[in-house]
Design a protein around this ligand. Structure first.
Ligand SMILES: [Zn+2]
Length: 201
């Protein structure tokens, strides 16, 4: 489990001396958003000012809430561009960003600016897309973050530890109801058994 850095470790919980960046990444169904919400809720309990953002394109569940699969949710602001976050953070202590893989590359500069101005920045997102390739700004964010947590799912085919998001063939699906019918968490073996990177067009 992630333990927030204390002042004795050079962190700044409550001390306002320095900000930092945390990245929570992993495949679909790995509990990224749950972990983001857990960290944010603890900051809220400590009376820290928390702001949460998500890309406006992610409207799978609800327009204004960061919602995880267990329906444990927390209010968030949908924004079009990463730059918008800078205008909306104000005097917040903690900035949470969900589904960060869908943001433009500006999110890297935005996160750096926020952390440099003394804020704790917690970013959650997919580290790989459905082709097993690094996803959007997440790899660069992992590079500049102080803390990186890779969470893992359980392979829905064999039960091993899963790091990949396998997209089930759309043609096999009669109805695409939700992400549970569209994606499966897969281990490396089961992912590449059914996905050939050379098939890319
Ligand atoms: Zn497997």
């Amino acid at each position: 489990m992630f333990i927030e850095p204390g002042i004795d470790q050079g962190g700044a919980m409550g001390a306002k001396s320095s900000g930092w960046i945390e990245v929570i990444c992993g495949s679909m169904f790995s509990g990224k958003t749950e972990e983001l919400i857990r960290r944010l809720n603890r900051a809220v309990i400590a009376n820290q000012k928390v702001e949460i953002f998500k890309p406006a394109i992610d409207t799978r569940y609800h327009d204004t809430n960061v919602v995880s699969h267990n329906e444990n949710s927390i209010r968030s602001t949908p924004v079009q561009f990463a730059d918008d976050i800078l205008l909306l953070t104000g005097n917040s202590d903690v900035v949470g960003i969900d589904e960060a893989q869908f943001f433009d590359k500006e999110l890297v500069a935005v996160s750096r600016k926020l952390a440099n101005s003394g804020k704790r920045v917690i970013i959650a997102g997919l580290d790989m897309d459905f082709e097993g390739e690094p996803f959007g700004p997440i790899p660069a964010l992992m590079g500049i973050a102080e803390y990186v947590t890779k969470v893992r799912a359980i392979c829905m085919k064999c039960g091993s530890v899963a790091s990949f998001s396998y997209r089930l063939s759309a043609t096999k699906d009669k109805v695409m109801l939700g992400e549970k019918n569209v994606y499966e968490a897969r281990c490396r073996k089961c992912f590449y058994e059914d996905f050939d990177p050379k098939e890319k067009l």
